[in-house]
Design a protein around this ligand. Structure first.
Ligand SMILES: [Fe+2]
Length: 343
């Protein structure tokens, strides 16, 4: 299939029989679990029209086109559009994520008993997430929003791994660094295996003492990763520093600005975004737009330039307000790359 069969149209011009190829930069707003399918029922058409998506990309080789020349124009780039893969279905994506979550549970459990990390299992989970990101990015992120009570930590790890994989590619980091960041994000919370379940699963506000215990998880995880031979140092740094904030108010070390490496800054953004947008048994989860609005106003927490790039990556609007001096994607990618190489 070539790009000439793809056409971007307004959602109001969608009609039954069209084959949806993707939603471009708006893929996160897709109300559908599948990213590529034929619009075949009035209910699907209604769902599309009532969604916050404004445009979509259709494939003229697999379905009908617009009745008139209502297309906005051919897509100029396939970079934001998932590559087609007929073998992947929503059920497969869900099953793959369930399997990945089970593997993370096993990694965490083995780490608790053997005091080191099963690197082969970690690589296998990253492979599953990578494959899903390549074929079904909207599916993987929509499905990972759901967190069940017993699996919250494991599902969160898979979700952050997926977000980081997507974001790192958006930043144009090289494939080796993307892989390291994926491994680091999958293991960023592994220290939670040392936190009592009563604290981990508590839905009410933690007491000061409980919070102090919870805040030991970056150091616990870092110690665990340090005992695992052959893991890149960046992986440990991600684990140790993912709760640091650039104004020095984070933990465990209260690091400031340049003391927090780019890898931890990247994971911190994805970590918080997933936490805010997750649907848990006891709470509804914010919409991506509401999460972005909040995160954009937390001055001193995140790397603002990276946060802006994350919003671009996710198709989210940068909050209105005083203009920020922000680098371009390419410049930011260079900075992150240089920073990561210095670990
Ligand atoms: Fe954490």
């Amino acid at each position: 299939m070539t790009n000439s069969t793809l056409l971007q149209i307004d959602k109001n011009d969608a009609r039954l029989g069209m084959f949806i190829h993707g939603f471009g930069k708006q893929w996160l707003r897709s109300p559908f679990a599948a990213s590529q399918f034929k619009l075949s029922s009035p209910a699907e058409l209604e769902t599309l029209r009532e969604s916050s998506v404004t445009t979509l990309v259709i494939d003229l080789s697999k379905g009908i086109g617009p009745t008139s020349s209502t297309g906005i124009g051919p897509t100029s780039s396939t970079a934001e559009i998932p590559k087609p893969n007929g073998s992947s279905t929503p059920a497969n994506a869900g099953a793959a994520l369930t399997k990945a979550t089970g593997m993370v549970r096993s990694i965490f459990s083995n780490a608790a008993s053997s005091i080191c990390i099963d690197r082969q299992q970690v690589e296998a989970v990253v492979d599953v997430v990578d494959q899903l990101l390549y074929t079904r990015p909207a599916s993987v992120l929509n499905l990972t929003k759901l967190k069940t009570k017993d699996e919250i930590s494991f599902q969160h790890s898979v979700a952050v791994c997926a977000l980081v994989g997507l974001f790192a590619r958006h930043l144009k980091l090289d494939s080796n660094l993307v892989r390291i960041l994926s491994v680091g994000s999958l293991l960023h919370d592994i220290g939670k295996i040392r936190i009592p379940t009563a604290i981990l699963t508590k839905t009410d506000k933690l007491t000061a003492d409980e919070m102090a215990v919870m805040q030991t998880h970056p150091r616990e995880g870092y110690a665990m990763l340090a005992r695992t031979k052959g893991l890149p140092e960046i992986v440990g740094k991600i684990c140790l520093h993912h709760h640091e904030k650039l104004d020095g108010s984070g933990y465990p070390d209260g690091l400031k600005d340049g003391q927090v490496g780019a890898a931890a800054r990247i994971v911190a953004i994805c970590d918080v975004f997933d936490a805010l947008t997750s649907i848990r048994p006891y709470k509804k989860g914010f919409t991506p737009e509401a999460a972005a609005e909040m995160m954009g106003t937390w001055s001193g927490h995140f790397d603002r330039a990276l946060l802006k790039q994350f919003f671009d990556c996710m198709g989210l609007r940068w909050p209105s307000g005083p203009d920020q001096t922000l680098q371009t994607t390419d410049e930011m990618g260079d900075i992150a790359q240089a920073d990561l190489n210095n670990f």
